[in-house]
Design a protein. Structure first.
Length: 311
């Protein structure tokens, strides 16, 4: 299947990077290369971009899309949480901008056998990096009822998490749950019909939760933000697109902490903790997609862009 992915908040993100023609930039979630392509069009002869992605199909697609930019582009197959070490291997310590487009890509959702979609029946996979051994099937069939409840409650924010976990455990006792279709049917039976009619597809939140747990998406994000800010040159910017409240909360909190890290009590006349601000939050409120973009790209409806600038 051809790798198709519509870049969300494309111009807003690249404008937010404030691209310098001779700068060094990192696309930590390369995908099909849409954001990177736009950055490349703004680079001069000495400018460069490093694209990072853990998905082999994304690497192949982006390599084709960006091939005309030649040596300006370096593509690395890795997770953005390893950005610091991967850049160090390339002899790079500081960059002028970093961007992340979080969540699952259009291609991953539309490729049935990747197991991300609750609308297609396929093996329970959901791996963003297919070199990983663990799959969504392992979580569904091996996690305890309490752990399933925790995952669905915390990452899916589903008020029926306890009932869904109970139904999964009950059904897998009869035989393993192997496919997305089988899991979707279990979830349908766990949620009262009157709520299904009001809240969209009943499996949406559980699939999101399992995907986040499997790929450690929130842990990776939380553990990487400070390092990415530290990698920026003065004036360099970090642009992050999130797609649900948990991601956005982590980004908002990290940006705020790096802008104002002081831990002194509010009644202290002067700061004595010695913690110094690393920069400023550019976006007091997140940048949202336009109505026009939401009309042509349904994935953009929940997107939020936040930007931090290094001092």
């Amino acid at each position: 299947m051809e790798f198709k992915h519509v870049s969300v908040l494309l111009q807003e993100t690249v404008d937010g990077l404030n691209v310098k023609p001779d700068g060094i930039y990192v696309d930590g979630t390369l995908g099909g290369g849409g954001h990177s392509y736009e950055v490349c069009t703004r680079l001069g002869a000495k400018g460069s971009i490093i694209g990072i992605d853990q998905d082999e199909a994304a690497i192949e697609a982006a390599s084709i899309r960006l091939k005309d930019f030649g040596e300006k582009v370096t593509i690395v197959r890795s997770n953005y949480c390893d950005m610091k070490s991967r850049l160090h291997e390339l002899g790079i310590d500081k960059v002028d901008g970093i961007m992340l487009d979080l969540g699952v890509s259009s291609y991953q959702l539309d490729t049935a056998d990747r197991g991300f979609s609750y609308r297609e029946d396929a093996p329970l996979d959901m791996r963003m990096d297919q070199r990983s051994e663990m799959t969504a099937r392992d979580i569904v069939n091996d996690y305890s009822e309490m752990d399933l409840y925790r995952v669905i409650r915390d990452y899916g924010e589903d008020k029926f998490a306890k009932n869904i976990a109970r139904h999964i455990v009950r059904e897998r006792a009869k035989r393993p749950i192997e496919t997305t279709g089988e899991l979707t049917e279990v979830i349908r039976h766990a949620i009262p019909m009157k709520f299904q009619k009001k809240t969209g597809h009943p499996a949406k939140r559980t699939f999101q939760a399992i995907r986040i747990e499997l790929n450690r998406e929130l842990d990776v994000l939380r553990d990487s933000l400070d390092d990415m800010i530290d990698m920026l040159n003065p004036g360099g910017r970090l642009c992050i697109i999130t797609f649900h409240s948990l991601e956005d909360r982590i980004v908002k909190s990290a940006f705020k902490k790096n802008e104002n890290p002081c831990t002194c009590p509010s009644d202290f006349p002067v700061c004595v903790c010695g913690k110094v601000s690393k920069g400023r939050v550019i976006t007091r409120k997140p940048i949202l997609p336009s109505e026009e973009e939401m009309e042509v790209n349904s994935r953009s409806k929940s997107a939020k862009l936040r930007i931090f600038e290094r001092s």
